[in-house]
Design a protein around this ligand. Sequence first.
Ligand code: PGA
Length: 250
Amino acid sequence: MRKQIVAGNWKMNTTVPEGVELAKAVVAKAAAVPANVGLIVATPATHLTSVAAVLDSRVELSAENCADHTSGAYTGEVSAAMVKSTGAKWTILGHSERRQYYGETDEKLVEKTKLALAEGLGVILCVGENLEQREAGKHFDVCEAQIKNVLYNFSAEDMKNIVVAYEPVWAIGTGKTATSEQAEEIHAHIRKVLAAKFGQTVADDTTILYGGSCKPSNAKELFAQKDIDGGLIGGAALKADDFIQIALSF
Ligand code: PGA
């Protein structure tokens, strides 16, 4: 059975002391969340070591990105090994903000995913269409291509350490959530695309999260969908109460 997960993506928010306080508040409230729901917080790279020190085993740590090289002359980059050495277990890769503002291509994501997996990090791979693509009716094709371009380079064994996050770009930080039907049909499609390469069992065992203005008021309806296994939460993850409320929405 696939795991249900609620992951917070803090993005470029909080100073280190603020992040440590937020992490402590999440840990303090995490006991209320059933054990079968995994909890993850993804923090800026500067915060990882300090946040790791206040997390317990209930709440896992993630980076928001890592480099497409192992080490060397790549000023400003943070490698998968560096992320791993902080105590982090995960990294988000391919977030639409990175694709849009920092030129992250599917080709780079293949490299990043390889390096993250080689370090023993789990990968939360984000896919999703923008507004123009949705309005042109291309949302299934865009998500399918992103999944194929990146994940078809990996094995069924690798898929045990990969979570997919469907995040329609038009719903991120806009307050505009995809309806549960809009989200479910893409999740089901992604699972079909995974099944075509890795078989039905691997597809059924892969956790697929929804992200994009997910909040306490809409999480229940989204998580009730057959193929939605939790959420990647931006804005609402900056308040421990809201984040935990979302994790209680299964
Ligand atoms: P949001 O962000 O919840 O603020 O829309 C989600 C994300 O980008 O991961």
